[in-house]
Write a protein that binds this ligand. Structure first.
Ligand code: OOG
Ligand code: MG
Length: 258
């Protein structure tokens, strides 16, 4: 058993040295999700001390496919910084991660503050723009094997995310049922409806608002929110191009190099 600061140091070092670690709950069954969030918040302080800025939040484990893939059942939240942000068409280097995977997401840019329990209608009104996104996750744990307290402590495997350059107002879209197709080198790999994300991506935003509100925090104007992977994540391979086409939101892409 270790204290929070010791866990933070292990996680931060693992990411910096690109080294896998064994999940903490293996030796420390007393670790709770609440402590996982304390560790996550302390880990964020390491990022800020290196000059990173918070740019938004991500929801995780919001689809049945992801819950099944990872063997857990509750949505979780992670925090996104400017270091992680890539624009569509960018090149991602595998050497910057440990064993990165990619998953298709719907992203929101927020225009008004959200905190505490809200309705889907209120969530809709708080969204300035909707766009497609590819999230590149990279668990610091061996083989992506973790329990909820571990993954929460590890900032929910956050590593990088690629934002699409086609933006639409939420009212212009059938947000609850957008076709999403992820391809590798032009070959279809994963597909889903946006309804795979907690039934409706805006419900994921409601969940985020509720969770942050419980800590006296909020989602703020200008921030980006990733609603959660719509399918299982796939392992990235060098010299490939991964694309995500979201109905009415164009194509978001990333080139993967060694
Ligand atoms: C945890 C991150 C989950 C999502 O969209 O479900 C996540 C993981 O799968 O390693 O980002
Ligand atoms: Mg994700």
């Amino acid at each position: 058993m270790k204290n929070n600061s010791e866990y933070v140091k292990i996680l931060d070092q693992a990411a910096l040295e690109k080294r896998e670690i064994v999940r903490f709950t293996k030796d420390d069954s007393s670790l709770t999700v609440a402590r996982g969030y304390e560790i996550q918040n302390e880990l964020m302080q390491c990022y800020y001390s290196r000059g990173e800025k918070l740019v938004g939040y991500k929801m995780g484990l919001t689809s049945k496919a992801k819950m099944k893939q990872m063997g857990v059942t509750d949505p979780i939240l992670g925090q996104l910084t400017d270091r992680m942000l890539l624009q569509s068409g960018a090149t991602y280097k595998l050497s910057t991660g440990i064993h990165p995977k990619i998953e298709p997401e719907i992203a929101f840019e927020i225009k008004s503050e959200l905190s505490g329990p809200i309705t889907r209608e209120q969530a809709l009104k708080s969204v300035a723009w909707v766009f497609g996104a590819l999230e590149i996750i990279d668990s610091r744990y061996l083989n992506f094997e973790f329990q909820l307290p571990d993954v929460v402590a590890d900032n929910c495997s956050s590593h990088a995310f690629v934002v699409g350059d086609v933006k639409k107002r939420p009212e212009e879209l059938d947000l609850g049922n957008l076709g999403m197709v992820m391809s590798v080198n032009g070959k279809l790999n994963q597909f889903a409806s946006s309804s795979a994300i907690l039934g409706h991506p805006l419900d994921s935003l409601c969940e985020l608002s509720k969770m942050l509100g419980a800590w006296g925090l909020s989602v703020n104007p200008g921030q980006t929110v990733l609603a959660g992977g719509a399918t299982a994540a796939i392992l990235l391979e060098k010299d490939t191009e991964v694309t995500l086409e979201v109905q009415n939101l164009g194509i978001t892409s990333v080139k993967v190099k060694a």
